[in-house]
Design a protein around this ligand. Structure first.
Ligand code: AHR
Length: 523
């Protein structure tokens, strides 16, 4: 659909288009040789936890008319494939800290129902590792597996690697074969527990305790399969009073065994202060810088040549469902938990979070939007009903599809604002990506200004001749607009036709409060 931005944004004043804007000439400076690093596609990862309706009546609903023989909803599979998710974390989250993985393998009729203390729910174990790995193949993805270091330890973690990845002729690998999976699953990335610093975690640990346990579990896991990569739990948020001491302590203890340190961050507009909310990625950026510093401090302390990179394995907006979650009946199944309905401003924040992740592509090698279906999710479903795309679906899909290749250093000369928690917030935030193989250039840009359209200009001379491919924008006259099953297309991307390349310069209009993708190609 093509629109004229002037018609779309009638409710907000569009000063630029009246020729009075103080916001024109935001300048983005990039050069194809000035590169931050190659994007690891695993930063477009996601997360399915046994929580709420993510699994049961989310991805798995055997009685749904659109389900396949394995019980997986094909309408959901189709939407997940649209997102191009290369890796999916499983089975938790907080859930994993009480999980016995053996309960979820073998004949389904013999699997026990267990109480899940993380979410006060009943877990029927109808879906376990083998079903989930089959589902990840259906959606063209791979599994990132988390082991339970809350209530369990070295032995259960080592056995799980043997069950999943060992070829055969051992107790656990032969059990996998007996369960119908002759070839090893070949799961490459393993998380050593989840948020082990948090009092909400089943089996919370002190940093010294966790660091030693993760090291020993990780050692045994790598002895079974030396090709795996291990993610150590960093602080569960930058707001923890133990941050960043936790990170330094656990890394000091497990440095030689692990490959990545994890970060988690969720933001929300609880106080309905949108300009402040839109600035939350300044906090995310600071968090990443701090964790990189901790990794490099321990590297220096150990005189090591090994660099620990980051796995931002939970990130999203989360706050809409806080009150509703308090009313959930304990021990029910497929609870309506964390079913945040996301609006336009949430999608803009998700876009800003993606820009922030991309700007740190030199150190962030994996990231998981938390989560994927029904729980804090870009995809919603109704039991026995439809499946639809939430607003946050689009920035994720755009970057996963088009932010490929190399992230370029960029200097942005943008007007700024101050708000409650932050100063000097750029109205425009953006990142540019160049794929030398295909010659594609993609610029992702957010306009945080709630009132005014902003014109972005970018000198393209370092790329030689370029042609304009398209400019997509996600915006709406109502910042609180959402998509629903009845109206799934309220907030969807539109094409902006007015953006052009003239004299080797891109000139693009960014509507007020908008997420934008501008695609160009070298000739
Ligand atoms: O994603 C929801 C929950 O948030 C996860 O289970 C936990 O790790 C985090 O606190």
């Amino acid at each position: 659909m093509t629109v004229n931005p002037m018609n779309l944004y009638t409710k907000r004043k569009n000063v630029f288009l009246e020729g009075k804007s103080i916001m024109d000439n935001v300048r983005l400076s990039i050069h194809k040789e000035f590169q931050i690093g190659q994007i690891d596609r695993r930063i477009y990862g996601s997360f399915i936890e046994h929580m709420g309706r993510a699994v049961y009546s989310g991805i798995y609903e055997p009685d749904h008319p659109l389900s396949n023989q394995l019980g997986f909803r094909q309408d959901v599979i189709r939407l997940v494939k649209e997102l191009n998710v290369p890796i999916i974390r499983y089975p938790g989250g907080n859930f994993v800290s009480g999980y016995r993985w053996e309960d979820g393998v073998g004949p389904v009729s013999q699997r026990p129902k267990q109480l899940d203390l993380a979410w006060l729910a009943t877990e029927p174990n109808l879906v376990g590792i083998n079903e989930f790995i089959q589902w990840t193949r259906e959606v063209n993805s791979q599994m990132m597996m988390a082991v339970n270091l809350g209530t369990r330890g070295v032995s259960a973690a080592k056995n799980l690697v043997e069950y999943c990845n060992h070829s055969g002729n051992s107790y656990w690998s032969d059990l996998r074969k007996k369960h119908g999976f002759d070839s090893p699953h070949g799961i490459k990335v393993w998380c050593l527990g989840n948020e082990m610093d948090g009092p909400w975690q089943i089996g919370q640990k002190k940093a010294e305790e966790y660091g030693a346990l993760a090291r020993e579990a990780g050692k045994a896991m790598k002895w079974v399969d030396p090709t795996i990569e291990l993610v150590l739990c960093g602080s569960s948020s930058s707001g923890m009073t133990t941050f960043p001491d936790w990170d330094a302590t656990v890394l000091d203890l497990a440095y030689d065994t692990v490959d990545y340190l994890s970060l988690h961050a969720y933001y929300g507009n609880q106080k309905n202060d949108t300009l402040n909310y839109l600035a939350c990625t300044l906090d995310m950026d600071r968090f990443i810088h701090s964790v990189v510093s901790v990794c490099d401090y321990i590297k220096a302390k150990k005189r090591s040549n090994k660099t620990i990179n980051l796995s931002f394995d939970e990130w999203n907006v989360c706050y809409h469902s806080d009150d509703a979650d308090q009313k959930i009946q304990p021990w029910s199944m497929a609870q309506h938990r964390a079913e945040d309905i996301y609006n336009l401003e949430d999608a803009i924040v998700v876009g800003l979070m993606l820009i922030t992740l991309l700007k740190h592509t030199d150190r962030i090698k994996m990231a998981c939007m938390a989560q994927l279906v029904n729980v804090l999710a870009p995809i919603m479903t109704r039991e026995n009903g439809g499946a639809w795309r939430q607003t946050i679906f689009y920035p994720f899909m755009h970057t996963s599809l088009w932010a490929r290749g190399t992230v370029l250093y960029s200097v942005l000369d943008s007007p700024k604002y101050d708000c409650k928690d932050f100063t000097d917030v750029s109205y425009v935030d953006s990142v540019a990506v160049y794929d030398a193989l295909s010659g594609e250039i993609a610029i992702f840009a957010v306009n945080r200004n709630l009132e005014d359209c902003i014109v972005l200009k970018c000198d393209l001379r370092s790329f030689g001749n370029c042609r304009f491919v398209e400019h997509l924008t996600l915006t709406h006259e109502n910042p609180k607009a959402v998509n629903t099953e009845q109206n799934p297309s309220s907030v969807i991307p539109h094409t902006i036709r007015s953006s052009i390349i003239k004299d080797d310069e891109l000139v693009a209009e960014l509507p007020s409060l908008s997420w934008n993708v501008i695609r160009l190609k070298t000739i």
